[in-house]
Design a binder for this molecule. Structure first.
Ligand code: TXA
Ligand code: MG
Length: 305
């Protein structure tokens, strides 16, 4: 059965209040939402995604909510929230009693974010709880950036897809850990390391040896096709010719404008799979601005599985 795809925010709010699950648009990627305090709905989010319950979920807040009800934001976190919310940055901070164990997998931290999409905000305003919303893809697939992607992955297993059109940013939010006075960027996104440094007054650190963000596995960013990465378009083209000579199908992935690269990345990886490409030969953008986020996703996609 085809899922309901509609822009009706009131209907989405009603379904969520009744304990349903709704795919929602954000400025980054589509999320699969449930009320934070509706335990069985959150359990269904994990089940529909095939996601291990040890992989904690991001709590999405309305801008009218007080984030300190949910987490303990230190000075740096407070600055980042003030500078970038609503927007594509998730803050990983010590949690409060309000955050249930079934959202964090029992961890002592919670990931908080205020999304910037108008429909997500309209929806959050109608609810008196926050929303969990992991990316609305099946576990191990790339994140969805259109309602069609969500329907392809999850079909009628979701109660509704709230149609907010294609996501403008196209890669997941930047995750910044603000714990014990240490600021680490765990996942790159549209809020760049440069802008974070400007806001907190110093450069943030990279993830510690063992990342505190489980679930950032290579396979999360990979299509079925083998991804090969190159520093130049010439090298990528050569690789494609090589694959063609052996009778395979290879496609080049490249876009000179890093913002457009990010916005189209996941759709193009999905298309490569739909076209049954054997190989995606991707050109890495420069490691600056949102190019860092695209680069990080491509390197993960190319890592041995
Ligand atoms: O842009 C985004 O962040 C999208 C949209 C829908 O908001 N959401 C998203 O969620 O990417 P998800 O679940 O696909 O990725 C969240 C990442 C996961 O790697 C998860 O393990 C990590 O954040 N995470 C969440 N809560 C955490 C916690 N308490 N401690 C460590 N890592 C956490
Ligand atoms: Mg995800």
């Amino acid at each position: 059965m085809a899922p309901v795809i509609s822009a009706d925010v009131d209907r989405a709010a009603r379904i969520l209040r009744e304990g349903g699950i709704v795919a929602i648009p954000t400025e980054t990627v589509y999320g699969l939402a449930a009320l934070v305090h509706h335990q069985s709905a959150v359990a269904r989010v994990f089940a529909v995604k095939d996601r291990p319950t040890s992989h904690p979920l991001i709590v999405h807040l309305s801008p009218h909510d007080d984030p300190t009800r949910w987490g303990r934001l230190d000075e740096a976190a407070t600055r980042l929230a003030g500078a970038f919310w609503p927007g594509p940055i998730t803050l990983l901070v010590p949690r409060t009693q309000l955050v249930p164990d079934w959202v964090t997998g029992g961890r002592d931290t919670v990931a908080l974010r205020v999304p910037a999409h108008p429909l997500a905000l309209a929806l959050l305003e109608r609810l008196d709880d926050a929303l969990v919303a992991p990316s609305a893809n099946r576990f191990g697939r790339v994140s969805p950036t259109t309602p069609r992607h969500v329907a392809d992955d999850l079909g009628s297993e979701v109660d509704m897809i709230l149609d907010g059109g294609p996501c403008t940013i196209g890669v997941e939010s930047t995750i910044v850990e603000c714990v014990d006075s240490t600021i680490r960027v765990l996942r790159h996104g549209a809020v760049t390391v440069e802008r974070i440094a400007d806001t907190i007054g110093h450069a943030p650190l990279p993830p510690a040896g063992e990342s505190r963000a489980p679930g950032m596995l290579a396979s999360h960013y990979a299509p079925r096709a083998t991804v090969l990465v190159f520093e130049s378009l010439d090298e990528a083209r050569q690789a494609c010719e090589e694959v063609a000579r052996r009778g395979g199908l290879a496609v080049v992935l490249w876009e000179p404008d890093a913002e457009i690269y990010a916005a189209t990345l996941y759709d193009r990886l999905r298309r490569a799979d739909n076209e049954r490409a054997d190989v995606v030969a991707a050109v890495l953008p420069d490691d600056t601005g949102i190019g860092s986020a695209v680069r990080e996703r491509l390197l993960k996609a190319a890592a041995p599985r």
